[in-house]
Design a protein around this ligand. Sequence first.
Ligand code: FPP
Length: 263
Amino acid sequence: MDDDSTFETFFANPPEDIDLDALDRTRIPRHISCIMDGNGRWATARGLNRGEGHRAGIVSLREIITACVRLDVEVLSAYAFSTENWKRPEAEVNLLMHLFAQTFIQELPLLKRENVRVVFLGDISALPLETREVFERGLSETRDHTGMVLALAVNYGARAEIARAAKLIAARVAAGELAVEDIDEDVVANSLYTAGLPDPELVVRTSGEMRLSNYLLWQVAYAEFYITPTYWPDFNRWELLRAILAFQGRDRRFGGLSQKEDA
Ligand code: FPP
């Protein structure tokens, strides 16, 4: 088996267009978020069924998890299943749920070896029993891990998340624990599924779509977007480095002046 245990071995032999010396390892985004899109089209283009596309997408996610650990990313989040995805044909939903459970069991040793802590964004209580049990096991077995956080958005929708936060805040006000005047951005942020996590600095969307699709609407306020035509199953460590290099080339102003103008 190839040794992929260090940054140097994992990123050995880059393709010609990638200059590893140009990567500033002190400016890696703290939180990278992936909208994994294009599994179905990847499969169709190869004459395979959509399920094969999802299986290939899981292999990509595994590679991106390891790549982010080697890059010392603090949080990797990934949009696996939206509240709108229930509208897909029942057979595809069932297959996805089964694949999630199966993969998660298979990959748990990797997550443990790499000291990754798993959290879920979304309402996992509504998932089929098999998937829910496996996810809950993953949560409890990685709870004390101190390395990268892997935040999997499953049965997630940003509007539902914000409505849920409003309910949680209203309940605290009704219980007399919180005064209306004290509701500020931190209170809202801490009532979201992402409470305690830094906001995404880089959002990657594959397969060329230019949409946010009800994903982390609050949290991406200042994120940089990187959209690539590559289908998710072809998104690998080198594609990730291209995204990070593009991010490092951006002038992030947060509503102020550019670093250069400021100086
Ligand atoms: C989008 O492709 C992808 C998904 C709906 C599911 C992606 C999930 C994974 C890759 C794995 C997640 C793993 C765990 C353990 C939670 P699409 O079907 O929308 O592609 P299309 O737009 O080409 O049809």
